[in-house]
Design a protein around this ligand. Sequence first.
Ligand SMILES: Nc1ncnc2c1ncn2[C@@H]1O[C@H](COP(=O)(O)OP(=O)(O)O)[C@@H](O)[C@H]1O
Ligand SMILES: [Mg+2]
Length: 220
Amino acid sequence: MSHSSAAVSGRFIVLEGIDGAGTTTQTERLIDALRARDHRALPTREPTTGPIGTMIRQVLTGRIVVADDRGPRAPDWTTMALLFAADRMDHLDAEILPALRQGQIVVSDRFDHSSVAYQSASAQDPTAVAWIQQLNARARRPDLTIVLDVPEDVAAERRARRGHRAELYEQSAFQQRLAAFYRDLEKHYPGERIAHIDGRGTPDEVHHAIVREVDAVLAK
Ligand SMILES: Nc1ncnc2c1ncn2[C@@H]1O[C@H](COP(=O)(O)OP(=O)(O)O)[C@@H](O)[C@H]1O
Ligand SMILES: [Mg+2]
């Protein structure tokens, strides 16, 4: 990672994967490594800590529900896709783009690939992917997206050790569909730089693999 690249221009890096893949752990590790090399680096995540992201988190934990004759239940995937897209544009506007303009390296724990993966897996409707991508068509593209590939059984074990109550999307069959979607994520994002890393290694091993990918992008 050359020091000279710090001042040149911002870079936008995204970490993706199923729940328990390690994106939160590795976002932190990457930010620490970048800062140790004197880069200005901003960690962020989706759903955000902003007003729309906060509402989404309340849906994920069951605090906000639809109370109809089938309820209380989570809102339909279409509502979720719109909320996530609104949170994303606010995230870009309020946090990501300002930091990139200042030349920072922004590392986001999830971005619009998560929307396409999670809401299309909820929809089980072949037209869902295209519609969700359209909702996100104005979102700035990452310079690099890293997918941490982990089989659902490994991720489930990690989630169980984390110990909190399972959130909306944390069901095994659902996570298996997600893992399959992430395995060939690039199919849905032609022209984007997407790197797969085996997320089953130790946190150190995964971190070093991530740094190698990030170095290649910073050197450009
Ligand atoms: N490479 C790894 N090996 C073993 N456990 C891990 C690894 N990465 C993360 N963990 C643990 O697994 C759990 C889920 O990790 P986390 O980073 O929160 O995943 P995510 O944000 O992708 O859901 C945490 O308890 C974390 O400490
Ligand atoms: Mg996480």
